[in-house]
Design a binder for this molecule. Structure first.
Ligand SMILES: Cc1cc2nc3c(=O)[nH]c(=O)nc-3n(C[C@H](O)[C@H](O)[C@H](O)COP(=O)(O)OP(=O)(O)OC[C@H]3O[C@@H](n4cnc5c(N)ncnc54)[C@H](O)[C@@H]3O)c2cc1C
Length: 282
């Protein structure tokens, strides 16, 4: 059991992790990938104090060197769910489980909106985890919808289990090796079904399937944490970065505009301090 779990490897997560580390808390820090693509991809950053005209790559390296110097390394896992558990929180990363007394969400903003029916049919034919749920679809028909090349081995695993797979890779130059995969280059518009998923609607056609796998590296905050209050897609927080759920804090782009590195880092700092204050009351 950790005191604190930090989810997200952008400036907000980096800052929360640095502060939790300095304040000597037992914490675990999750990041999908080594660092935030939104940091790495910036050509030239002109508004980060003390680092004028720094490239995104250099800023990402500076973040990495800073955390490394404190002995802090992110765990490369994508958290697929956060659930209250007797006053603490259970975090799922596929079929791995972690427990923490408090959580800081530093998720960034998801550009990909959830598909109509995604949240309603989650666990009833809609899955985020190939390794946990893949075997349920042995010999069946599935659809796979994937936003990131890094999941290609998981797509191939799912194809090896299923009888037939309709695969939508939402990235360029996919190299999926599976004879039973039919590529559909259209984003699903709706997951169809009442009690369970029965079909995927691609706008111009519907295919009947037993299950759909969504392989992506970021989730909307409400998909991740049920009952979290949001406004215009952003997590509602107060000045202490507290959410409506006791013990869960949020920082960075996921709490709202302006989307900026220094705002994310500042909020990560506040969230870490508030989480530590919360822990002292337990
Ligand atoms: C091209 C570009 C240029 C920019 N230039 C500037 C600039 O010059 N100045 C400026 O101030 N801002 C700039 N920005 C904005 C800046 O990138 C963001 O405001 C900042 O990165 C937000 O930090 P964050 O930590 O909130 O989120 P992010 O940087 O988006 O990081 C969130 C991280 O969390 C990970 N994550 C999400 N969900 C999960 C999960 N469930 N499990 C594990 N990990 C998860 C994501 O994969 C991501 O790595 C730019 C953005 C872009 C795209």
């Amino acid at each position: 059991m950790y005191d604190l779990a930090i989810i997200g490897g952008g400036p907000a997560g980096v800052s929360a992790a640095i502060n939790a580390g300095i304040l000597n808390k037992s914490f675990i820090w999750f990041s999908s990938g080594e660092s935030s693509k939104k940091v790495e991809r910036a050509e030239l950053i002109k508004n980060y104090p003390a680092l004028p005209d720094i490239t995104g790559k250099d800023l990402a390296n500076a973040f990495k060197n800073h955390t490394k110097s404190l002995g802090i390394e992110p765990v490369n896992e994508i958290i697929t769910g956060v659930y209250p558990l007797g006053g603490n929180f259970l975090l799922l990363a596929g079929n791995k489980e972690f427990e923490a007394k408090s959580v800081i969400l530093c998720l960034g903003v998801e550009t990909q909106k959830p598909v109509d029916g995604e949240e309603r049919l989650l666990g009833r034919g809609v899955s985020y985890c190939a390794t946990c749920d893949g075997f349920l679809y042995k010999g069946k028909k599935i659809a796979v919808y994937c936003t990131d090349r890094r999941f290609e081995s998981e797509i191939e695993f799912l194809c090896s289990v299923a009888d037939k797979a309709f695969v939508t890779p939402l990235y360029k130059n996919s190299e999926i090796k599976a004879d039973n995969a039919e590529i559909i280059l259209k984003t699903p518009v709706k997951f169809v079904g009442e009690e369970r998923l029965t079909a995927v609607d691609y706008g111009n056609k519907q295919v009947e399937v037993d299950g759909v796998f969504i392989l992506k590296s970021a989730f909307s905050p409400t998909t991740l944490v049920h009952g979290l209050k949001v406004e215009d897609g952003h997590v509602l927080v107060n000045r202490k970065m507290e959410t409506n759920i006791k013990g869960i804090f949020a920082a960075g782009d996921c709490t709202g505009r302006p989307y900026q590195y220094i705002k994310a880092a500042g909020e990560g700092n506040v969230a870490a301090h508030s989480a530590i204050e919360y822990l002292s009351t337990l």
